[in-house]
Design a protein around this ligand. Sequence first.
Ligand SMILES: Cc1cc2nc3c(=O)[nH]c(=O)nc-3n(C[C@H](O)[C@H](O)[C@H](O)COP(=O)(O)OP(=O)(O)OC[C@H]3O[C@@H](n4cnc5c(N)ncnc54)[C@H](O)[C@@H]3O)c2cc1C
Length: 499
Amino acid sequence: MTTLPEHTRVLVIGAGFGGLGMAIKLEEAGFADFLVVDKGDDVGGTWRDNTYPGAACDVPSQLYSFSFALNPDWSRSFSPQPEIQAYLRRTARAANVLDRFRFGVDVRDAAWDEEAQRWQVSTSAGDLTADLLVNASGALSEPSLPDIKGIEDFGGQVFHSARWDHDQELAGKRVAVIGTGASAIQIVPELAKQVAHLDVYQRTAPWVMPRKDRDYTKLERFAFRHVPGVQRAYRTGIYWGRECFVPGFTVNPRLAAPARRMALENIERGISDPALREKVTPHFQIGCKRILISNDYYPALDRDNVDLVTDPIAEVTPTGIRTADGTEREIDVLIVATGFHTTDMPIAAHVKGRDGRTLADAWREHGMTAYKGTTVNGFPNLFFIVGPNTGLGHSSMVFIIESQIAYILGAVQAMGERGITALEPRAEAQAAWTADIQRRMRRTVWNTGGCASWYLDDHGRNTTLWPRTTFKFRELLRRFDLERYDALPRTSDTKETAA
Ligand SMILES: Cc1cc2nc3c(=O)[nH]c(=O)nc-3n(C[C@H](O)[C@H](O)[C@H](O)COP(=O)(O)OP(=O)(O)OC[C@H]3O[C@@H](n4cnc5c(N)ncnc54)[C@H](O)[C@@H]3O)c2cc1C
């Protein structure tokens, strides 16, 4: 049974890259009083939960890792999930922070107590208070289940890709995968090899580029470990290579023409049947939805035991799936690879700010917004890691996460040094930040590329992605800008800087 203290100075929700990185940096900076809670049973977040066959990162591991904990032992360029999860565990152990973590603790509600100037937090393991709350509960953490007629009456097994049921023996079975996003295209090639028959249900064909994946040679791994600067230089090269993609997303989608060509060649190389080629060819601009990478997805669809179904699903029956044209395809197991709650952040309905409104209420009218993707007016001492408009279509989220951690650390330090008990960004600062982002969004491929995607909310606003380079994001968050905040108590010192 997990026990929680009555009070902690900083409470971090989530033990993925975000929460773990925050813990390591708080510890390094000498903070004695902080706690990380997670409803799961281990560190890792995304990489603890996504254990489906074929799970791997789609940003090279050299970049998809902490800058302060490089890993010379990655086995290949895009490492599989078990290696990433092992890396996160190892990093937590090496930093000696695991005693700060409490697992199996589900944060249910958090409410700002204006009188006490702290958060009242209710969890599955009891209540506690915290001066500061860092929400690192993940933007791709809560599975989104499809609302399909009859799905609850299906007689076989149903599970989401992020909650893989490893007790299910799939060899020799008839299986359906709903969805053709980032997880599905990793799962399909693995399933195709073992199941009797696989139906893949596609609503919109994604753009899929070849994946430049290979094992690292012994010599490379030796150099990464023993030759000073080699691994850092390699990582830097990958970083800048990826930043070159940004103009193709944000300035002129025509710059992405070479990528489009490579993706079309990927189809030709992977699929021999012209009708199937036509079905998998997207009809929107490349980059509008997340660009996927795979060498074996198209060949898997081309197999005799795999069907790509593009007729809309009408209903799930007790024994299979019926499409709008009336065809019923019988299956034993249904896997939904339908992504996550993204623009409707689940925790938002449970966090109440200064005036008793929830974050979900505050965001209802204008969509998710946060100053610098990190703080929200009306919600004192609340910080986000991977908050609104911090997601990326081209590079490593760990870069964004580390930028936010440094900014939050700056806030925590400023509060300590100046005796500030509560701070929140000024409404005008947040509004200006958001207006600038939405103005930049107008010409991006995400908004103009002719697709519907999980980047956009119900009103068509892109509240998930960062529309500039990642180095600009880092530059903008380099210093904690107290002058953009209302701070309490208003000592003469803070009045001056916060005025
Ligand atoms: C399959 C998959 C592949 C991906 N591949 C890449 C990639 O290659 N490159 C890349 O840059 N990004 C990738 N991402 C995005 C990835 O989510 C981020 O890179 C990163 O892992 C996010 O870390 P995080 O700490 O913000 O969130 P998460 O890793 O999602 O961790 C959030 C944690 O919060 C916990 N939590 C949530 N709600 C509560 C609550 N109420 N109470 C207590 N605990 C709670 C969860 O249990 C979870 O452990 C991928 C995502 C997925 C799903």
